[in-house]
Design a protein around this ligand. Sequence first.
Ligand code: UDP
Length: 149
Amino acid sequence: MERTFVMIKPDGVQRNLVGNIIACFEKKGLKIVGLKMMRIPRDLAEKHYGEHKDKPFFGPLVEYITSGPVVAMVLEGKDAVTTVREMMGATNPLKAAPGTIRATYGMDIGRNVVHGSDSPASAGREINLFFSPEELVDYRRDVDRWIYE
Ligand code: UDP
């Protein structure tokens, strides 16, 4: 099983989409192994989006992601990284495939509601940035035998 880092961005929280977005992942069969609401300090935002530091949208992106509380989570499941990316849809919500979270809830690339790690390596890095090992919970889910063959 693979783990990925997912975050409901400040616009998702302000727009009361926390429950809906978590429900999408839960109903799919992904297991929540870490979950918290937090404000992202500026230095963490800059580290998290470090790969974009030379892009023109970096400043506004850091402003956006630190502008209000977020809900950070770690989800576990088969091919969790790719599965979450596909459920989120393309970065620009107007280009995202119908039915994806960004297509359903978003209009603008700079307000795209949700983040998900783009590779297993990013997932490992982002999980470590946002969660301490004690915040991640190992538990058995009885329903797994109805989700996985
Ligand atoms: N972003 C933006 N303008 C752009 C490209 C990206 O505001 O032209 C923001 C957007 O919130 C996006 C984040 O920067 O989710 C990270 O960009 P990336 O290309 O890594 O997209 P993602 O992996 O989030 O789909």
